[in-house]
Design a protein around this ligand. Sequence first.
Ligand code: RB5
Length: 145
Amino acid sequence: MNKITVAMASDHAGFALKEELKAELAELGLDCLDLGTDSLESVDYPDFGRAVADALVGGRADRGVLVCGTGIGISIAANRVSGIRAAVCQDATTARLAREHNDANVLALGARIVGAEIAKDCLRAFMSTPFDGGERHLRRVVKLG
Ligand code: RB5
């Protein structure tokens, strides 16, 4: 895999897990573009989902990682941007299949749902799995727009 840049962001609920995942990204030898948040102070998850989505469509990053309390709100925000396929994952299997079948470009995690070790499993699976590229998967991903 070529070296890629991963844009990361979270709200306050995901801040601690984002920091742990940044260290894991460094272990994997991947570059990180941290777009906040920077503390436990309450913030609005749509702002951070949007920031990662914009970084991807603007070519500043190749993949994204988003963390909020559930992974849901921040993924909805990212998915409102054309070209973004953000997948909320709960384990390495959903993270792998999000890449293989959906060509997901953003991994979304819920810090109140999964523990740090499972989140790291998700991150490793997501970053190391290529899109399957099979005709049926490609057709469906194209239909996502
Ligand atoms: C913040 O309390 C929480 O609503 C947010 O992190 C997220 O879970 C929303 O989907």
